[in-house]
Design a protein around this ligand. Structure first.
Ligand SMILES: NC(=O)c1ccc[n+]([C@@H]2O[C@H](COP(=O)([O-])OP(=O)(O)OC[C@H]3O[C@@H](n4cnc5c(N)ncnc54)[C@H](OP(=O)(O)O)[C@@H]3O)[C@@H](O)[C@H]2O)c1
Length: 232
């Protein structure tokens, strides 16, 4: 039996890197990407040093040829697609009244169009394996935080695309999940100059996502905090 294969976008740092390590520990072989080749190679090297099988493909998820290369790397066998790569958009976060339209468009391209397009390519393999799609979203998709209109609107669109996909693809699990605030580069960009050391580490929410995958929970929207044991 081959190991199952997971394709995780944006796995050179932050939540994607932590998820890659967690899923590898569960027995997944990995296909990972990020734009910065050196950072991606460092992440892949650490995973390989821990004994895991990793294919690392540098590139931008908004690039159709890169998306095709990611799917080609699966060689016809894919069990899980994690659309994790994303962008905050403009930083410091502007009000919608002042949001540069080019940056708004770029946020939608990275946070909605790219994951939907990659999912389109992955679906034939996921239908064949009875696999799953995990789209990483945010509470900004459902809450009206001032300044978060660009990012939040894009994440809301990703959530509804996930919702419809779940209704259409009954052989595939579709999860869209809010990880909660995490101590990452993206979070720091949202709060420039602020001390974010009190935010949880990305590794802290990995058990929540591992639960989704290993228990094959029903398609739907999840919050990582609701999938974790309650801490006193
Ligand atoms: N951190 C939080 O508090 C928080 C809360 C809610 C939701 N989220 C979501 O969690 C996910 C991960 O965020 P994070 O906080 O871990 O961010 P991060 O630390 O900035 O990491 C983002 C990862 O994605 C890669 N990436 C970004 N744009 C890409 C692109 N166009 N193509 C390929 N790779 C790309 C980055 O590498 P390169 O820059 O080298 O490409 C990096 O590996 C995102 O979807 C984010 O919206 C985060």
């Amino acid at each position: 039996m081959n190991n199952p294969t997971a394709l995780i976008t944006g796995a050179s740092r932050g939540l994607g890197r932590a998820l890659a390590a967690g899923l590898a520990r569960e027995g997944f072989d990995l296909i990972i990407d990020a734009r910065d080749r050196a950072a991606l190679d460092a992440a892949a090297g650490a995973l390989r040093a821990a004994g895991h099988t990793v294919t690392a493909i540098p590139g931008d998820v908004t690039d159709p040829s890169h998306r095709a290369a990611l799917i080609a790397a699966a060689s016809g066998l894919l069990d899980l697609l994690v659309n994790n790569a994303g962008t905050l958009g403009a930083s410091p976060l502007p009000a919608l009244a002042d949001y540069p339209v080019a940056e708004l468009r770029a946020a939608f391209e990275a946070n909605v169009i790219a994951p939907v397009a990659l999912t389109q390519l992955a679906l034939p393999l996921l239908r064949a394996s009875g696999g799953a799609v995990l789209n990483i979203t945010s509470d900004a998709a459902v809450e009206a935080y001032a300044g978060w209109g660009g990012y939040g609107a894009a994440k809301a669109a990703l959530e509804q695309a996930s919702n419809v996909l779940a209704a259409e693809e009954l052989a595939v699990r579709v999860w869209w999940a809010d990880p909660g605030d995490l101590r990452t580069d993206m979070h720091q960009a949202a709060f420039p100059g602020e001390d974010i050391s009190d935010r949880p580490s990305p590794a802290s929410v990995v058990p929540a996502f591992v639960r989704l995958v290993t228990e094959r929970l029903p398609s739907g929207r999840y919050r990582a905090s609701h999938l974790l044991p309650v801490t006193p």
